[in-house]
Design a protein around this ligand. Sequence first.
Ligand code: NAD
Length: 312
Amino acid sequence: MPGSPMKIVVATEKPFSKRAVEGMAAIVREAGHSCVWLEKYTSADELKAAVADADALIVRSDRVTAEVIAAAPRLRVVVRAGAGYDNLDLAACTERGIVAMNTPGQNANAVAELAVAMMIFMARNRFTQGTGSEVCGKRLGIHAYGHVGQIVARYGRALGMEVSACDPFITDTAVFDRDGVKRVSSPAELYRNSDYLSLHLPATAETRGSIGYDLFVSMPPGATLVNTARKEVIDEAGLAKAMTERPDLKYITDIAPDTAPELAEKFGTRFFATPKKMGAETEEANINAGLAAARQIVSFFRDGTAEFQVNR
Ligand code: NAD
């Protein structure tokens, strides 16, 4: 009922920063609701116990499974503070009439900066000795032109790169023209013509395992694939096959592949994975996403606003 105090559980295996927590608590308090924090928990049972009387749930990369939903009989809204929401069981939410949301764009700049840093890190031989190369004048392909992809494109242009992008769901060419980006209609064309390919696909039933041998092996000599999206979109066997056949190809990723040890051993300096996912790990992104999640929940309980609902 609008106006009633609601209990909001914030469950984070990897907690929000102190400033994010303070800001979120203030937003919730001012709206007359209460917050309960479950931080650094280690088992799904702890999460299930915490949501037993929750009206709302905020998570980061935490898994909200059908079991967690079943353990939360009062739950009306779940917000994933971040962009990807493949950690939420949307079908289970929908079945119970629970609104699931993400906070699109709030961490996009952090991820985009990391993608550019990764590109230059590989161009400069991972900051080891030897002659590197410059990204200026090279061709940058952006696969999926959402919040992150669009910022990477602008940074690429600022670095003097020729930028192309492929996103079948953006039909308004003005979005690409505005950024001075060439719109390409197929991934095949994009990969074939990109010295650097920055991947920003969400993990969906359609995209899982969709980037593999054919696309990677079609890239120009010395090309680098940069993945700040999800490991699930990569066909790891296909990637390894392409890198075996083509000793000039490089792969850098923010999300360690399942086969990371094998790839590291086999491909040495041509492969790099961050020790833990760090695309959105900035103080700014943490605060932006956390505060947005708290505000979205307050608006939802005030008047049913669900602008960023992902399970319509
Ligand atoms: P977004 O929702 O703004 O953009 C996703 C884009 O993908 C949309 O433009 C959509 O049209 C496009 N798309 C969907 N299916 C496609 C397909 N089959 N082919 C081509 N394009 C397709 O999301 P975002 O904020 O840009 O983030 C992109 C992804 O990056 C997220 O889904 C998430 O998995 C990942 N991410 C990673 C980190 C990290 O820490 N490394 C942080 C945030 C996001």
